[in-house]
Ligand binder design. Structure first.
Ligand code: B4P
Length: 187
């Protein structure tokens, strides 16, 4: 299965993607996790990405697209993958299409987690207290939500037009949301 999971910051993408991908036996590819690993290792990619992430902005498409292209070309992605946090812009959608088309494949499903804004802010403020992520301060959270609304929310209409979008309620306990996602996927 070739899947993407979308939703605003704090919707539970990373949380849910872990469980779903291991259940399906496919790799969970989180662009946010890859950027954070690079930041932690102090690579050139990490140094560049950190500037944008700390401000709540998206990392430029050129950087993100080539990183995803390299990852999807690895052998473990042959049977499928779950992309978490990619695509986030119209240009990234086009790039993903061309990466898939090159291998004669297409996206099976785009899962969109829907949540209330108040709930998202509560979750991220809690994570800030627990993990101290640099992009979980209140100002940056607000900016991330704005960037999501401007650049990423419109992408769901595009996937709906292609008949691959499934909207799933992301409110409630983690296990309840997982059960809803698995039901939509028929597993
Ligand atoms: P991400 O790592 O994708 O961060 P995120 O949007 O905050 O989602 P995350 O997966 O962390 O949160 P989750 O909802 O699971 O991106 C970070 C940054 O990287 C971006 O701002 C951008 O700068 C850059 N970036 C990444 N991809 C990019 C791209 N394609 N293009 C350009 N830039 C890119 O969980 C949030 C919290 O909620 C957690 O603490 C979790 O424990 C909690 N939670 C989850 N589900 C819950 C539930 N049901 N109930 C209660 N709490 C819950």
């Amino acid at each position: 299965m070739r899947l993407v999971i979308m939703g605003p910051p704090g919707a539970g993408k990373g949380t849910q993607a872990d469980g779903i991908a291991s259940r399906l036996g496919i790799p969970h590819i989180s662009t946010g996790d890859i950027f954070r690993a690079n930041v932690a290792q102090g690579t050139a990619l990490g140094i560049e990405a950190k500037r944008y992430m700390d401000a709540g902005e998206y990392v430029p498409d050129g950087v993100t697209n080539s990183m995803v292209r390299d990852r999807l070309n690895q052998a473990d992605c042959k049977p499928g993958f779950l992309l978490d946090g990619y695509p986030r812009t119209l240009e990234q959608v086009g790039e993903l299409d061309s990466m898939l088309n090159a291998g004669g494949a297409a996206l099976d499903r785009a899962l969109e987690l829907t949540v209330d804004v108040d709930e998202v802010v509560t979750r991220l403020v809690k994570r800030a207290q627990e993990q101290g992520r640099a992009d979980d301060t209140e100002d940056v959270i607000r900016r991330r939500l704005e960037v999501y609304a401007e650049q990423t929310a419109p992408l769901t209409a595009l996937y709906a037009k292609r008949n691959v979008l499934s909207q799933v309620d992301g409110m409630g306990a983690v296990e309840e949301v997982t059960a809803r996602l698995l039901k939509v996927l028929g597993v």
